[in-house]
Design a protein around this ligand. Structure first.
Ligand SMILES: Cc1cc2nc3c(=O)[nH]c(=O)nc-3n(C[C@H](O)[C@H](O)[C@H](O)COP(=O)(O)OP(=O)(O)OC[C@H]3O[C@@H](n4cnc5c(N)ncnc54)[C@H](O)[C@@H]3O)c2cc1C
Ligand SMILES: *[C@@H]1O[C@H](CO)[C@@H](O)[C@H](O)[C@H]1NC(C)=O
Length: 422
């Protein structure tokens, strides 16, 4: 009896701080690791939001997964893992996994005097723009499209406004997920293995003794501080990470986005477009660069530029500026009749976790050995956190259950490279 007890590895109590895509995907990989013992080990996700997980950038991102994303060493693990997860769990149905075309588009927007009335104009039949399809193209138009590089099936931006189109990589190099559905699916699959989620739990500190992590202190907006014991703590609070550990050099920028539901008869072909839109003649000289993502459910997601709005205390306090969302809509409406005739069904904002430390750009992934044993950091994923979540989560599970990272060489991402205290 006693020899059996001493041979078995000690019970692991793992606390994950932050229920974004990094935290939820990590919960999945930990709970699906061959050494995880569901009857012994405990995994708990602490999430500040009272509503659910993926309330920040992880639920409001575009969702592009690209082989040419960065850093390369993490993408090389993440892309095949995305493919594997999608096959294993029917990601196509569950989180909108599919391969998608991706290109950069440049051109000039056209004046749209009736834009302000778009909402009320929908469905009255007066706007025939949604019927402008490539099927009606003359041969000369086809030649012109080719000259501009515009693919035949990209019918939802106006050819006449296009100066230039160029695909960003080859077939099979870009895919997409619906980031909110991917994140919540990862959590649900982890919960099916026994992972626990605590909502409204705002972590204040990760505690440790001379050597090891001992637990995490957290509070809710109304309740006093509580302590949850832990042998391992994984800090993945995205842009909020420095509120728990100030030496982590994560900065942040707010980004607005909208979701457009086209009219029912309009099919939006699968393209992600990085645009450069000059304003219509007479509307100044400010170029806009919204990113436009067609999604499998035929919705279109568009995000705009970042701003310097300061990070609120918790994710529930993020403010949405209606004017910023309206501007994004005007920009894409100026190059697409199909989008102009659509309905804006979501206006949102979120904070991007950014790392800029000398020449290092993040993300920061690995053990914080100078803090304590069992202390891990995974944050600062910048604009590629959706793409890089599976690789990040896989190596964290290796660290916890195998003691070292085996599937990639990530020395450059180690926390110790970013601060002498980590
Ligand atoms: C507009 C936009 C478009 C993007 N498009 C793409 C894309 O196409 N492809 C791609 O790969 N990436 C994209 N990204 C990047 C991606 O969204 C992020 O890198 C990723 O979501 C970061 O995930 P995270 O889990 O680290 O952070 P978050 O999503 O911010 O999650 C952190 C979580 O921690 C919680 N938290 C914070 N503090 C505490 C605390 N003290 N206690 C408990 N919980 C706490 C928060 O409430 C939050 O839920 C985009 C980002 C933006 C802003
Ligand atoms: C830290 O953890 C290890 C492994 O569980 C244990 O042997 C050691 O005694 C711990 N250190 C302290 C200071 O408790």
């Amino acid at each position: 009896m006693s020899s059996k007890k001493s041979n078995a590895p000690p019970k692991k109590k793992i606390v994950i701080v932050g229920g974004g895509i990094i935290g939820c995907t990590t919960a999945y990989y930990l709970s699906h690791h061959p050494s995880f013992r569901s009857d012994i080990d405990e995994i708990t996700v602490l999430e500040a939001s009272t509503t659910g997980v993926a309330q920040g950038a992880s639920g409001k991102a575009g969702g592009l997964v690209a082989k040419w994303a960065y850093p390369r060493e993490l993408v090389d693990v993440s892309f095949p893992e995305h493919v594997r997860l999608a096959e294993l769990h029917n990601g196509a149905e569950r989180w909108g996994w599919r391969y998608v075309n991706c290109g950069s588009w440049e051109g000039r927007g056209e004046d749209a005097p009736s834009l302000a009335n778009v909402g009320s104009a929908i469905g009255d039949g007066g706007d025939k723009t949604s019927l402008e399809k490539t099927a009606g193209l003359e041969d000369s138009d086809v030649e012109q499209r080719k000259g501009k590089g515009l693919p035949d099936d990209l019918g939802w931006v106006k050819e006449s406004l296009t100066d230039f189109y160029s695909p960003m990589a080859g077939d099979g190099d870009t895919a997409q997920v619906h980031p909110y559905l991917f994140t919540t699916s990862m959590l649900e699959l982890a919960q099916s293995k026994g992972v626990k989620l605590l909502l409204g739990a705002i972590a204040a500190s990760i505690e440790f003794d001379m050597e090891n992590v001992t637990g995490v202190c957290y509070q809710s907006l109304t309740a006093p501080m509580k302590f949850i014991p832990a042998t391992h703590a994984i800090l993945c609070a995205g842009p909020w990470t420095p509120t728990i550990l100030p030496s982590v050099p994560v900065k942040t920028t707010r980004v607005h986005s909208i979701v457009i539901q086209p009219q029912p008869d309009v099919q939006i072909s699968p393209y992600v477009l990085f645009t450069k839109i000059d304003p219509p003649e007479g509307f100044g000289d400010k170029t806009a660069s919204p990113e436009v993502y067609a999604r499998p459910n035929n919705e279109v997601y568009v995000c705009g530029p970042g701003d310097k709005s300061s990070l609120p205390y918790f994710v529930g306090g993020v403010k949405v500026d209606d004017a910023a969302c309206e501007a994004i809509f005007q920009q894409v409406a100026s190059i697409s009749s199909e989008l102009r005739a659509g309905t804006v069904v979501k206006k949102q904002a979120c904070f991007l976790p950014v790392v800029k430390e000398g020449k290092l750009g993040g993300p920061i992934v690995g053990p914080a050995l100078r803090m304590a044993k069992g202390y891990y950091i995974a944050t600062g994923h910048t604009c590629w956190g959706i793409c890089n979540a599976p690789g990040t989560a896989k190596v964290l599970a290796e660290l916890v259950y195998e003691g070292k990272i085996t599937s990639a060489k990530l020395a450059d991402l180690a926390p110790s490279k970013y601060a002498t205290t980590l």
